[in-house]
Design a protein around this ligand. Sequence first.
Ligand code: SF4
Length: 180
Amino acid sequence: MSDIKIVEAPPGIEGSGFFATSFDKVIGLARANSLWPLPFATSCCGIEFMATMGNHYDISRFGSERPSFSPRQADMLLVMGTIAKKMGPVLRQVYIQMAEPRWVIAVGACATSGGIFDTYSVLQGIDEIIPVDVYVPGCPPRPEAYLDGLLKLQDLVKNEPLRRRHSPEYKELLNKYGIQ
Ligand code: SF4
């Protein structure tokens, strides 16, 4: 017997031979289960991501098996590792090159807060230069924590209204970072 689980249907109205739901929910479901990652890995947390991609943890179960090293073809920026201040503008440029809708996960203590590197040369959290949707704690986080972060992001993506990216609130958020 197969143990493959079918993704739960979004809330809607069901009857014999039909199912109706809102356009937002259908798009959210599709987006959440096809988040292509851009792995921005600068140090040890990146190694743990390799394990998450491998066959044991198998990130492809969540529709994210296709790492994209070209920003325009990526949906989810995974920042993994220590980000030196000199690297900040490069990371920001990658984020800006990603097409909307785009999401960001700060993976591990370094990307989240600078981690143990409380020094003049290290960025004390990537949210100083780009907006972050989900933070994954750990030094390094285990693959389960990566996947937990991905599940949390999927919840956000599923429930994101289609108009959010055109809302004044979202524009204000980007403006805070000096991004148009
Ligand atoms: S959080 Fe820890 S494991 Fe991850 S990059 Fe920083 S020092 Fe390395």
